[in-house]
Each structure stands twice: as structure tokens, then as C-alpha cells.
Design a protein around this ligand. Structure first.
Ligand SMILES: [Zn+2]
Ligand SMILES: [Zn+2]
Length: 392
């Protein structure tokens, strides 16, 4: 079979990619509220002749492009949600919705997913296998992956391979990150409540001050990563919220700490939580207080399987050149980790910053933006990788 120049195909769709991405950027929607976005996705995919199922995991869309010949099923997953951030840019496609913004690039992900459907819809008669497009809601810490999985997104048919990608501003346009094994960390949240005994700020001897105990706990927790984790394991423990008290001269009843733990390894995660609990309860006791802890798992680590990763790497090298494929990992996290616990696959990163400072803001920044030409690279690499499974 003649091989297809996916770089050319993606380049031909550039105007369409930009149009869709900017429209979504103007109309961002928070997790599980992506009704307009899902409507556009479903309408486009139906128009391309795909078998479309809406309302999967509330606002998700699943569409099957069944090839004319039997073969593997490849899941291509794209996230759709925006963030509760007030956009501060002044470009012409700025968000029209106060306090909501596509600050992570998921607008570009949806645009790329629709372009890929367009490219492969033309190849249906030659396809040996199927592509299952999953447009997932609520990736930003709201459990969208688990919702679509509970909604049956990984059944009928069950994918043999799962692929997903993220536009990534720490990586330069023209480069990509593809790494086998752990690529992104598992993430969880902990809340520690320290109970003391309130009183007058001028009579501390008659009270039991939970602020002092909680402050000591924050300091004590810093020793877990430095003293208890194996130096070869990557672990992060950050306290991001400390709330206590209402005014200057009152010792409050309680203090509350919230933080996050990130790791690649489940055993490390469990060990860190055992130590947090020990540190919190014993430190609180030492100061005459009581501590309790609640934890919520947010996402599993993203683990890339060897075979699909080799396929994606070869595809990325084909599109961008071997010298432009990097192997870094990140301690950020992604609920694609849950999908990859069930289906072998690969999650990779598409560089999207150029020399212009507007493309160098971190993800989730009020001025986040990306070089839209990165979408061409993302589409070409994903198409090249998928084609190695379904176009022989
Ligand atoms: Zn994000
Ligand atoms: Zn994201």
C-alpha cells in the first residue's frame, strides 16, 4: 500500500484545526459541563459517518470508526474540559466566559481529535482494524476518566491499544516527549485536621494551640521525602493550604492542612501516607492536640507499555526526526493513568512553545497559550502511530 504523508494531511487541515481550537477557546466549559463542546464533537463525527455515542460518563463522546477489514481496535483519547481561571490574554480568541479558560490546551486536543477522525474517515475502506475516538470530560482532577470507564468507554469493542497526547509548553515546537514506563505521577490529596482547645490569645496557658501543632507538622512532613523515600524513587509531598483562626487575639479550635503526594510507584505512595499519618498524629499529641487525616486518590500513574511506546516513538521520529524526540518524565499527573492500567498504551507530549514569550507560560497560567502549528505535529504523529496498527 502507498504510505500516506500524514504530515501533509495534517498541514492541509491547519486552517480547520485553528478554527475549531479558537472557537472552543472562546467558549470554554468546566469538567462535566462540556455540553457545547460535546455537541460540536458529536455533530462533526456523525457528519464523518462514525457511529457516535454521546453522554458517556455524563458529557463524554465515544465514536467508532470501523475499518472495512478486521484488525485491532485502537483507542484515541482526547480531553475536553477547561479550568476555573480568568484569562488575562488579549488575543482575538480570548475566553468569552468570565472565570473559565482553556489554560491547559484541551481546546487544541479536541481540534486534533476531530482532524484525526477526518483523516481516517477517508481511509475506512483500507483500514484493517478500528479506531475508537474517546472525547473525555473532566480531566482536571474531577475523575472524568473513571466516569467514562464506568460508562462503558472501554467495552464493545474493548481497545487493544490506547493512545493519548498533551500539548506541552515546556517542550519546544518541533519536539516531542515519548518515554517508556512511568511518564506521569500518581496524585492524591490529603487533609489533616488538628484539633486543639481554643482560648484567649493573651492566655495561651489555658488553651491548646492547634496552629503551633499544625506548623510543626508542616515542618516534620518535609523529612519524609528526604529521609524515608528511596533516593531512586521520585516522590513529591507539598502542603498547599493551611487554614486556621479568625482573628489576631483568639487561639482557634482547629487547624486544617491540605496537600498533595505524587509518585510513580504505588508502594512509595503507601509508605508516604503511613509516614504522614505517624508524623501528624504523634506531633499533634506532643503538643496536646489530636490529628486526623483523610486522603483521596486523584489519579493513577501514567505507565507507558513497551510495544505501543516503541510504535509512538517510531512515528514521532518519522514525523519530527529522531533528534527531536526527548525522554523526560514529569511529576504532573493525568487521569489517562486509569485507562493505561486497563489497556496497554502510550501517553506522549507535543512541544508547543516557540521563541515568543506568550507561548512559554506554564499550563494553568491565566496567560497560557501555545503555537498552533503544534497541532499539525500532534495530528501527524498520532495518525502515523495509529496507522501502524490499522493501515497495513
Ligand atoms: Zn491541566
Ligand atoms: Zn491538561
Amino acid at each position: 500500500m502507498d504510505s500516506i504523508d500524514f504530515n501533509q494531511e495534517a498541514t492541509d487541515l491547519y486552517d480547520e484545526l485553528v478554527r475549531v481550537r479558537r472557537d472552543l477557546h472562546r467558549h470554554p466549559e468546566l469538567g462535566f459541563q462540556e455540553t457545547r463542546t460535546a455537541g460540536i464533537v458529536a455533530e462533526t463525527l456523525t457528519g464523518l459517518g462514525l457511529e457516535v455515542q454521546s453522554g458517556v460518563g455524563q458529557t463524554g463522546v465515544v465514536a467508532l470508526l470501523e475499518g472495512a477489514h478486521p484488525g485491532p481496535t485502537v483507542l484515541l483519547r482526547f480531553d475536553m474540559d477547561a479550568l476555573p481561571i480568568q484569562e488575562e490574554s488579549d488575543h482575538p480568541y480570548v475566553s468569552t466566559k468570565p472565570g473559565v479558560m482553556h489554560a491547559c490546551g484541551h481546546d487544541g486536543h479536541v481540534a486534533m481529535g476531530l482532524a484525526l477522525a477526518r483523516i481516517f474517515a477517508r481511509q475506512q475502506a483500507r483500514m484493517t482494524g478500528s479506531l475508537k475516538f474517546l472525547f473525555q470530560p473532566a480531566e482536571e482532577g474531577l475523575g472524568g476518566a473513571l466516569a467514562v470507564m464506568a460508562g462503558g468507554a472501554l467495552e464493545n469493542p474493548r481497545p487493544d491499544v490506547a493512545l493519548a497526547m498533551h500539548l506541552w509548553s515546556p517542550v519546544h515546537l518541533g519536539q516531542a516527549r515519548v518515554v517508556e514506563g512511568p511518564a506521569m505521577a500518581s496524585s492524591s490529596v490529603f487533609t489533616i485536621t488538628v484539633e486543639g482547645h481554643g482560648g484567649h490569645g493573651a492566655a495561651p496557658h489555658l488553651a491548646t494551640d492547634p496552629i503551633i501543632a499544625a506548623a510543626q507538622i508542616v515542618v516534620a512532613l518535609q523529612s519524609i521525602v528526604s529521609r524515608n523515600t528511596n533516593p531512586h524513587d521520585s516522590v513529591v509531598l507539598s502542603v498547599g493550604e493551611f487554614s486556621a483562626g479568625t482573628t489576631f487575639n483568639v487561639i482557634p479550635e482547629r487547624a486544617v492542612l491540605k496537600g498533595t503526594v505524587r509518585s510513580y510507584d504505588k508502594a512509595s505512595h503507601r509508605m508516604v501516607y503511613r509516614r504522614i499519618l505517624e508524623m501528624a498524629t504523634h506531633t499533634a499529641t506532643a503538643f496536646g492536640c489530636r490529628a486526623s487525616m483523610e486522603t483521596v486518590a486523584i489519579v493513577a500513574a501514567v505507565n507507558n507499555a513497551p510495544e505501543p511506546t516503541a510504535v509512538v516513538r517510531a512515528a514521532a521520529e518519522h514525523v519530527l526526526g529522531a533528534e527531536n524526540i526527548l525522554e523526560h518524565r514529569t511529576m504532573a499527573s493525568e487521569d489517562m493513568g486509569y485507562v493505561l492500567e486497563e489497556i496497554p498504551g502510550c501517553y506522549f507530549f507535543i512541544g508547543c512553545s516557540n521563541g515568543n514569550p506568550t507561548t512559554h507560560f506554564p499550563h494553568h497560567h491565566p496567560r497560557f497559550d501555545f503555537d498552533e502549528r503544534a497541532m499539525i505535529n500532534g495530528v501527524a504523529i498520532m495518525a502515523e502511530a495509529a496507522s501502524r496498527y490499522v493501515l497495513s
